[in-house]
Design a binder for this molecule. Sequence first.
Ligand code: PLP
Length: 378
Amino acid sequence: MVSHRYYFDWAATAIPVYTPVDTPWGNPSSLHSEGRAAHTALEDARRRCAAVLNVPSERLFFTSGATESNNIVLSSFLLRQQNTPLLYSAIEHSSIRETAALLKVYGKQMGIIGVEQDGRISRTTVIRAFEKYQRSRFAAIMAVNNEVGSIMDMADLVRAIREYAAVPVHIHSDIVQAVGKIPVALSEWDIDSAVLSAHKIGGPRGIGLLYLRKPLEVLFRGGGQEQHIRPGTENVAGAVALAACLEQYVYPETLKNNYEQAVSRNAYLISFLKTIPRCSLIPADRQAIDPRFSPYILHVAFEGIPGEVLVRALDDAGFAVSTGSACSVTRQERPVLAAMGINNHLTVEGIRISQGWLTTKEDIEALCTALQKLLYFL
Ligand code: PLP
């Protein structure tokens, strides 16, 4: 049994840095002192998040996380009579894909925005989708993909949509894997809604944010908290922790330093992997230093070894990696890789190695040594 653990599944959940302590525990809706203290703490957290994200604080809504936030936006279309096609990219997280499938069951017309072989959405694939679904008024495009790490040029894609579409389009972006990793500029990107999650940036689970540029009528009903967008008693401690994480990791100097260190560690890892004949990077043309991809996420396959087998073998050796999105781990299909045109056998053999701010060069070296040993036997 190994004693030291090496953690390489930051894209599933980051090692927590902030846990909520000492936050007022009252219900923010209560009128007594305990309630008012909680309300003040909640609103203070919202203001701090808004300052980091550079958006008005009244346009930010605390939710239980990104899955719920994505669901809130998409399911709101069930309340609308108009049936113009809703577009989402082929590489979206399951909380978009599965909700889109549900909307389809309820009669909504859905369309897919295709993806290039490198896992990025391009002007071409976006325009193609809008040519096919001319009347579309909604598009969901994630900023960074959680399985292969591809980075979208959000500002350019939004510009392309606004130039091409004859009608106003609501552009929604899942920025979960972008926040704290690459610069995020909601206002400059000119998007209408965005979602993020605290546990991907060192905060606790069960708290996230939804940014909405304009009010939205949502499906949820309840006590009217969060301006009716997310009714239900608020998670004050989570909100305070989320604000602290955003302040720490989105701070430009920290973001840049962390990014540069991740690039250097990832370049080392990729250069090592390129020396292994059985190893295929996904996509194959990913370079050691490659601005198309987040340096925090790497997808790789080893010929003849199912991803699940390697994940278990690495776990026994003390290393935590995953086969892909933690949210789809029980499913066999790999829709993101399939959309990129990745060979069937590679999708079965793929594993995701994701790092974070606490990952060290020594961790990467240990992983390389462990892989070398394991590949000898497997
Ligand atoms: N969107 C992306 C891109 C993710 O990586 C994840 C988590 O895996 C989610 C959404 C879901 O986030 P949460 O766990 O907050 O529901």
